[in-house]
Design a protein around this ligand. Structure first.
Ligand code: SF4
Ligand code: SF4
Length: 491
């Protein structure tokens, strides 16, 4: 049985029976008031053969500590992420003009999630025992943070401010899994020091731009030794790696770590790409395209498969999946088959009040943070925008663009981390190169090349994304008006 849990915000706005109840493949709809209760969590984890979809705030961006803890609970109870899908409320309400539009978006996203779950593969499971030690960068946003954690027996260490975290050295990298990270610091004499911690908190707001650059670059964007990296939005690494921007987030983070670091065991479902060794032609493209040194050809393993992935380095960005010429790789959380079916669902999107249809593809890092920021602040986004989440810009396949035009979209916007903030700069450059080549194809076939736009997102400037999307909609509207005089848009 496939069950959809719908949070309050949705069922107050749309007619459940008419929208979700009628979707093929949905057997039951359960309204709930977030966060999910213990009973609802148990129902989900105890029925492993079913598919569940939770339509609510994104667990990675939720104001409820219980809700943000939900993925940890699910994993710890043995539920493979391939059995549970989330529909982010922001996908439904951020650009909605009315209930009709919200219902249309809800249907599309529930159907997309069903398709995705249908194609998801089982991920290997790894268990760790969390270390009761937390690494802190920057000044805690509220006093009770330190008190609460120390009272719970959590040892604190970290850098900045001199009190009470006195480590020196330049951040040089972070690797591992939630509950057991290795933080690497580089001392003035260039020697490296490693610290084992269970989690990490970065207090972003108290840091000046210069401090951010000094303190955060090493962890977040690239490392000095080019061996260890972190992408805060990446689930496997990020569950216990929080970037805090406000007092509210600080309280949520302390509640999370008091519970999380007290667990006797944490399960992780590894999201690295699957490799089909039968299809692999040993061309080495995946090695060349992976800037994380996670992809190798290991000729000592001819019996089990030469193409290899090192899980401690892989951030599951999907760049090698897009680059592999034989389709030997696939990302369990974003399977290829999902993308080949997705546009059939996206096609059912009704145009916004401006008569346009814009597909906004966004990455899980700055792209996601911008969408969440706009929703939190009640900012307006053109009603013509429909959102599609992907892991990373490196996953954007050339084929996404013609598929979008074929599905009736007037334009495609791609929200990705600005180049100087992207920790997958190779993936990002590969994407730009692919799309620039496709621009040439658009040009020779008489299409407006501006109908595809990459919008770089800078952290701290998320509010500008709403304006960028409006400008894009205005531009597309201009083309549409011009074309009306000569004929329809080419698609
Ligand atoms: S890119 Fe694909 S075909 Fe080439 S070595 Fe890697 S997995 Fe094999
Ligand atoms: S390119 Fe990305 S997904 Fe592929 S091995 Fe490297 S880090 Fe992992």
């Amino acid at each position: 049985m496939n069950i959809v849990y719908l949070s309050d915000e949705v069922h107050q706005m749309v007619d459940l029976a008419e929208t979700v109840g009628k979707i093929k493949g949905v057997d039951k709809v359960v309204p709930f008031s977030p966060p999910l209760t213990q009973e609802q969590c148990s129902e989900i984890v105890n029925r492993k053969e079913d598919l569940f979809i939770v339509v609510a705030g994104n667990p990675q961006h939720s104001s409820s500590e219980r809700h943000s803890f939900f993925p940890v609970e699910l994993a710890n109870m043995g539920t493979n992420p391939g059995h549970v899908g989330f529909v982010d409320l922001n996908h439904i309400f951020l650009a909605s003009a009315d209930g009709v539009s919200a219902a249309n978006r809800l249907q599309i996203h529930v159907r997309l999630t069903l398709v995705k779950l249908d194609h998801s593969k089982e991920n290997p499971r790894v268990d760790t025992v969390p270390l009761k030690k937390l690494f802190i960068v920057g000044e805690p946003a509220e006093e009770t943070f330190v008190e609460k954690l120390q009272k719970a027996g959590v040892e604190l260490c970290g850098i900045w401010t001199g009190k009470p975290f006195d480590l020196t050295g330049h951040p040089a990298g972070l690797s591992g899994m939630p509950g057991q990270y290795t933080v690497t610091l580089q001392n003035v004499d260039e020697s490296l020091e490693s610290i084992q911690v269970g989690g990490m908190v970065v207090f972003n707001d108290g840091l000046s731009e210069q401090q951010k650059q000094y303190l955060l670059d090493g962890f977040l964007f690239s490392s000095k030794d080019k061996q260890t990296y972190i992408q805060p939005s990446h689930l496997r690494l990020s569950q216990a790696m929080k970037v805090v921007h406000s007092e509210q987030e600080s309280r949520r983070a302390s509640d999370f770590f008091v519970r999380f670091l007290d667990l006797s065991n944490v399960s992780h479902f590894v999201e690295d790409p699957h490799i089909d060794h039968e299809k692999c032609g040993l061309c080495g493209t995946c090695v060349k395209t992976c800037m994380f040194h996670a992809s190798k050809l290991n000729y000592t393993k001819e019996e089990t498969g030469v193409a290899e992935i090192y899980p401690n380095h892989c951030i599951a960005c999907g760049n090698c999946v897009t680059a592999c010429p034989t389709q030997a790789r696939d990302l369990p959380a974003y399977p290829r088959d999902f993308f080949s079916s997705a546009w059939k669902e996206l096609k059912t999107f009704q145009a916004g009040t401006d008569g346009l249809k814009i597909l906004v593809i966004y990455c899980e890092a700055n792209g996601h943070n911008a969408i969440a920021h706009l929703a939190d602040n009640g900012s307006s986004v053109p009603s013509s925008c429909l959102f599609l989440r992907i892991r990373c810009g490196g996953m954007v396949d050339t084929q996404f663009i013609p598929d979008s035009f074929q599905a009736g979209f007037d334009g495609v916007a791609i929200l990705v981390c600005a180049r100087d903030e992207c920790n997958n700069s190779v993936g990002s450059l590969d994407m730009e190169r692919r799309l620039n080549l496709y621009r040439k194809v658009m040009q020779v076939t008489g299409m407006e090349t501006g109908r595809m736009r990459i919008i770089p997102v800078h952290s701290g400037k998320f509010e500008t994304v709403g304006d960028s999307l409006q400008q894009f909609a205005d531009f597309l509207d201009g083309i549409k008006q011009d074309r009306k005089m000569f004929g329809t848009m080419t698609s």
